[in-house]
Design a protein around this ligand. Structure first.
Ligand code: ADP
Length: 465
């Protein structure tokens, strides 16, 4: 298979030109043949008509026989030379030869006699007196009740010579024109594809390290501008993705640095001198808790990275939100008891939506867990399911610490944690970014309202199908 545009172009043009030039050659040759033959036929026909005209005036005076003898004897020019290539003869209606041109008579030859009386002129190509190809016309005329057949024949040698010479010229000229066209196409395709080379050189200069470079959209041929534009858009997306990945890696390593240094310093301090079994136990418990926290951070990071790169697949099914929320509340109940927070969920019956059950459970566990975590002792969490236009809306309102106005948008960013909450409760700052990505992948949205020091309200909108 040809994989070069230049070669493809040339091959296509070669094929098209071959077809055009070959058909043109044949067309011209057969047109000329047609013209030569019909002019010869016309000439011979006018010859027999002329002879018949002469004979007609003789017949009017009752001298038909003498007329025939006169016509055949008085022939001049090439008709008077034996086997000159130009002949005529006159027959009666029985096919008997009444007279011949001297070109036949002197060589004692005759033309092929027609089988039927040709009231209309009959043209045919046959072997002439000299056994080469001849063109012959036969036509019958009536003279005072007598039918006479006039035949004229001309050698095709001269016509064939003209056609041969024309064919030779075509065979030389057309390939020459063909060659000129092909070289023209070669030059044009080379010139046209030069701009592709410029484009590919520009593209080649852009590497992972130089993602901020762009293809010059202005100084490129018009046809390539859309390609350059799409390429630049793709580069911008790639650049952003690379930046996000770098940011993600640095955030993740930053988050893991704290527990790692806790483990390391706890080990260093413990190993500095001999300690009691109780001290060792307490150190191991701290290390165990910190590594458990690390595991949870790593799991969250992996989860967030999967969601970020959209490589998680969703298992969609009809699920009752009311049941999912009840399960989430049950899961969080123990820690709510410890925190002395009341979680109230009054189910208003089934509320079915099409979603990935596991992911949506994760959303509510996260939001309700936060509502408990960032609450005050003796506080409460109210959960409700309602409807707004085409959405099922789950509202989770708490009486907790709330978030400052300027930090409201930031809490959905990866690894973002409000400073105050860092001091109070453990967390990774990944939960809400995951929640937002999951809800949006369900074509839903999440809204957040908060009054600092009083409480926060999260509203999750999921489309009803
Ligand atoms: P994490 O809870 O692990 O810190 P999240 O992404 O779930 O991470 O939350 C990000 C931040 O948003 C929290 O650190 C907290 O400061 C703030 N936040 C989340 N939910 C609430 C809430 N119900 N009340 C007050 N602040 C909240």
């Amino acid at each position: 298979m040809i994989d070069s545009i230049k070669l493809k172009l040339i091959t296509w043009f070669l094929a098209v030109f071959t077809i055009i030039f070959t058909s043109l050659g044949f067309f011209l040759y057969y047109e000329l043949k047609e013209i030569v033959m019909s002019s010869l036929d016309e000439h011979m026909h006018s010859e027999v008509t002329f002879l018949a005209g002469i004979l007609a005036s003789e017949a009017e005076q009752g001298n038909l026989e003498e007329g025939v003898a006169e016509i055949t004897m008085a022939a001049s020019g090439s008709y008077s030379v034996a086997l000159s290539g130009h002949y005529y003869q006159i027959l009666d209606d029985k096919g008997n030869i009444l007279g011949r041109s001297p070109s036949l008579f002197l060589a004692d030859k005759s033309l092929k006699v027609v089988d039927e009386i040709p009231y209309e002129p009959i043209f045919e190509t046959n072997e002439g007196p000299t056994e080469d190809e001849h063109r012959m016309v036969s036509r019958a005329f009536e003279f005072s009740g007598r039918i006479l057949i006039f035949q004229a024949s001309d050698s095709l040698e001269e016509s064939y010579r003209i056609l041969r010479s024309f064919r030779n010229r075509i065979l030389i000229t057309l390939p020459l024109i063909y060659l000129i066209c092909v070289s023209g196409i070669y030059c044009i395709s080379k010139f046209a594809l030069k701009t592709l080379n410029v484009f590919s050189n520009q593209v080649g200069r852009i590497t992972a390290r130089r993602l901020d470079e762009r293809v010059d959209e202005e100084n490129i041929d018009q046809e390539l501008r859309p390609v350059a534009k799409s390429f630049n858009t793709m580069l911008s997306r790639l650049e952003k993705a690379f930046a996000r990945q770098r940011e993600f890696l640095s955030d993740a390593s930053h988050e893991l640095r704290t527990p790692t240094s806790v483990i390391k310093s706890r080990c260093d301090v413990t190993l500095r001198r001999e300690r009691s079994a109780e001290d060792y136990r307490s150190a191991i418990v701290t290390i165990k808790e910190t590594s458990a926290r690390m595991t949870s951070i790593i799991e969250r990071i992996l989860d967030a990275s999967r969601i970020e790169s959209k490589i998680f697949s969703m298992k969609m099914s009809q699920a009752d939100l009311s049941a999912l929320i009840s399960e989430a509340v049950k899961l969080i109940e123990p820690s709510a008891v410890v925190q002395d927070v009341r979680v109230n969920f009054t189910s208003t019956g089934r509320s079915v939506v099409r979603c990935d059950r596991e992911r949506i459970s994760e959303v509510f566990v996260n939001i309700i867990e936060n509502a408990v975590k960032y609450n005050r002792h003796g506080g409460s969490v109210e959960i409700e399911i309602g409807r707004e236009e085409n959405f099922t809306v789950v509202t989770v309102a708490d009486t907790g610490i709330g978030v400052l106005e300027e930090e409201k948008e930031k809490i959905f960013e990866r690894f973002y944690r409000v400073d105050k909450s860092r001091e109070v409760v453990p967390g990774t700052g990944l939960g809400l970014s995951i929640v937002k990505a999951i809800v949006e992948s369900h074509r839903g949205r999440i809204e957040f309202e908060s009054v600092f020091g009083k409480g926060s309200t999260f509203k999750v909108y999921l489309p009803m199908d």
